[in-house]
Design a protein around this ligand. Structure first.
Ligand SMILES: Cc1cc2nc3c(=O)[nH]c(=O)nc-3n(C[C@H](O)[C@H](O)[C@H](O)COP(=O)(O)O)c2cc1C
Length: 171
């Protein structure tokens, strides 16, 4: 799929059918995350892939936003391996994990796999409940699967500000 078409096609799917994501497509999605740039090339991300009924049930207890997705990724970063920028206000962990996630969500669209970015959960409770490393922060969850019959993008998908509101030129 052409890049422009992929970007347009991606939307947040809020109702999935039971069809599982094929292993080959999932590997292509994970590979797109692997190739993402990170500050100082630290690659501090860690991706968890949840597909077992047991883990998906635990996720359902922590967020209402799985929407029946048969695969959920959790994108985390290693808190002990981030780069702190000059000024000391920000560090790279959340940014790098976001870039990895953005690569993967677009790769999913490119593979014809539907997705939704989820932040409606408490990261500490999530890590504790699923037994993830205390050294990591979970930045986001990514629902992956195929839209249920009749599922359409929500109205917000077509509601974007014009560039005139979000871009300032100096030229
Ligand atoms: C950082 C981020 C967090 C989000 N968190 C949630 C969430 O917790 N639950 C949910 O249903 N959608 C969530 N979304 C999806 C947004 O609501 C959606 O991207 C937005 O309304 C635009 O619609 P579209 O993705 O279909 O274009 C999130 C999206 C982003 C980028």
């Amino acid at each position: 799929m052409e890049f422009k078409e992929t970007v347009r096609k991606r939307y947040s799917c809020k109702k999935f059918g039971s069809r599982q994501v094929e292993e080959k497509k999932l590997m292509a999605i994970l590979e797109a995350g692997r190739l993402a740039p990170t500050a100082k090339n630290l690659q501090e991300q860690h991706i968890y892939v949840f597909q077992s009924e047991e883990m998906l049930a635990k996720i359902d207890a922590l967020t209402p936003c799985r929407y029946g997705a048969p695969t959920v990724l959790a994108v985390a970063f290693d808190k002990e391996n981030v780069f702190t920028y000059p000024g000391g206000k920000y560090s790279s962990g959340a940014e790098d994990a976001s870039i990895v996630a953005a690569h993967m969500i677009l790769a999913a669209a490119d593979e014809g796999v539907d997705s939704c970015w989820i932040n409606f959960f408490d990261p500490d409770s999530f890590s504790e409940s699923l037994g993830l490393s205390e050294q990591e922060t979970v930045l986001m969850l990514m629902d992956l699967g195929y839209a249920a019959e009749g599922m359409k993008p929500t109205a917000s998908h077509d509601t974007r500000k014009p560039l005139s509101e979000t871009v300032t030129w100096f030229r």
